[in-house]
Design a protein around this ligand. Structure first.
Ligand SMILES: Cc1cc2nc3c(=O)[nH]c(=O)nc-3n(C[C@H](O)[C@H](O)[C@H](O)COP(=O)(O)OP(=O)(O)OC[C@H]3O[C@@H](n4cnc5c(N)ncnc54)[C@H](O)[C@@H]3O)c2cc1C
Length: 406
């Protein structure tokens, strides 16, 4: 066994969630070590071309950490949300509901952001922040805990003793799987194909969600005459389509988006993700907390996975900094249970909501189709309901931690 170190807080995983967690903790005076199994350049490469819809609450978090720089982040606000469905018989796009910027009195509910820019901003802050140490290419492979500390064994055979281990290893971490935690897991038998498009027309900052029988297709505005697409499809169809090149793919896309984009063409590579729900029942353990996709991996149809992870970040930072002020043990179960209780409503409700919407919309059942079209027309005509949904999309509900407030 090699050298052993002592650290105040250790984070396993320097993805977008682990990195933001480190910066948020450092802003409250904690010393943090972040360990990631991959090299920095591989983390950038494997997420190349990915984009996210960031809620207003997530924007507030980045602002409060001094990281919200629209120029550096190349953000594109979402000013209109248009929900529609494709009429199979006439092959036309049918309107379901629209949420425009007038529905919200305080600016856009979400912003599109590209992975490369967000990752670069987080990474440069981590590199300059003296309260954060980053250890690349080193995996957390084991964690033994007792009433005094967590002893973390790393893949280079060194070890770290710490008060608390925050686990942000994403949805596929082998370490998390080895911990044998109780997860609720359900396969959607769907994949999502994602990629970016250039086109001739202006998108006017409108986000489109077209509900198709196999799953929703989202077209979201990026900076300039560019958009991103997230297309949910049954596995077999998705596998076939993701391999189709150039014209074949674009023609298939055009058949489903009507005249939303003029002359679209794919920029760079498409990526495909298998879709499943994975929900950790107990997100805290003795000296361990699971956040982000390690705690809940949800359907991407509402574009909320990263946002819910950032809400984990803000609530955990609040809990730990209050604990520190009171002189409490940071890894103590009592303190961590407070965090878990705080997060449980949001975690359960968003997971259930995305699951239900997918079940309700990703099919061709006559009765469900009639039900959702009726439901949507009620929402479309009700400013009150629209206001409620905009607030949900903005992530501004419930008892918000300080870092999410404007
Ligand atoms: C198709 C699709 C579209 C999406 N669109 C949106 C959207 O529009 N808006 C939104 O909010 N969310 C969206 N999401 C969700 C979002 O992508 C995820 O919630 C988010 O990327 C999770 O980040 P993370 O840091 O938790 O995990 P990851 O990005 O998976 O990072 C985990 C990190 O941990 C490291 N790691 C793993 N195990 C260990 C270990 N044992 N030791 C050390 N390091 C380890 C890995 O190397 C990796 O760097 C989408 C998801 C999908 C699939």
């Amino acid at each position: 066994m090699q050298k052993s170190k002592k650290k105040q807080i250790v984070i396993a995983g320097a993805g977008l969630i682990g990195s933001t967690m480190a910066i948020a903790l450092a802003s409250k005076g904690f010393d943090v070590t972040v360990v990631d199994g991959a090299k920095k350049k591989d983390r950038i490469e494997r997420n190349k071309g990915r984009t996210y819809a960031l809620s207003r609450a997530s924007k507030n978090l980045l602002s409060n950490l001094g990281l919200w720089d629209p120029k550096k982040l190349h953000v594109s606000p979402i000013e209109n949300i248009v929900l529609s469905t494709r009429n199979e018989t006439s092959n036309t796009i049918g309107h379901l509901a629209e949420f425009n910027k007038e529905s919200s009195k305080i600016g856009p509910s979400s912003y599109m952001i590209e992975d490369a820019y967000l990752r670069a901003v987080l990474s440069s802050e981590i590199d300059r922040n003296t309260k954060i140490e980053i250890v690349d290419s080193t995996e957390v492979i084991q964690a033994e805990t007792n009433s005094f500390e967590a002893k973390i064994i790393l893949s280079d055979k060194s070890s770290i003793s710490t008060e608390i281990l925050i686990i942000s290893g994403g949805r596929e971490s082998a370490f998390v799987k080895r911990l044998n935690k109780r997860f609720f897991r359900k396969s959607y038998n769907q994949v999502a194909i994602v990629g970016n498009l250039s086109h001739k027309n202006m998108h006017n900052f409108a986000a489109h969600q077209i509900f198709l029988p196999g799953g929703p297709l989202a077209i979201l505005p990026l900076k300039g005459k560019r958009s991103t697409f997230v297309w949910t499809l049954p596995i077999e169809m998705g596998n076939k389509l993701s391999k189709s090149k150039g014209e074949v793919f674009i023609n298939h896309l055009k058949e489903n988006i009507g005249d939303i984009l003029i002359n679209p063409s794919v920029i760079g590579e498409k990526k495909m993700f298998p879709l499943y729900l994975r929900f950790l029942r107990d997100s805290v353990d003795n000296r361990k907390v699971f956040i982000g996709d390690s705690a809940q991996a949800i359907h991407p149809l509402a574009g909320q996975g990263l946002n819910i992870g950032l809400r984990d970040v803000a609530s955990l930072v609040d809990t730990l900094s209050n604990g520190k002020k009171l002189g409490l043990d940071l890894g103590g179960v009592d303190l961590l249970k407070r965090y878990e209780t705080w997060r449980s409503f949001d975690r359960i409700s968003l997971t259930t909501y995305t699951d239900l919407i997918n079940a309700l919309f990703s099919n061709n059942n006559f009765y469900l189709k009639a039900l959702r079209e009726f439901g949507m027309s009620v929402i479309d005509r009700s400013p009150l309901l629209k206001d409620f949904f905009i607030k949900e999309a903005a992530g501004e509900y419930g008892n918000l931690p300080d870092l999410l407030k404007q």
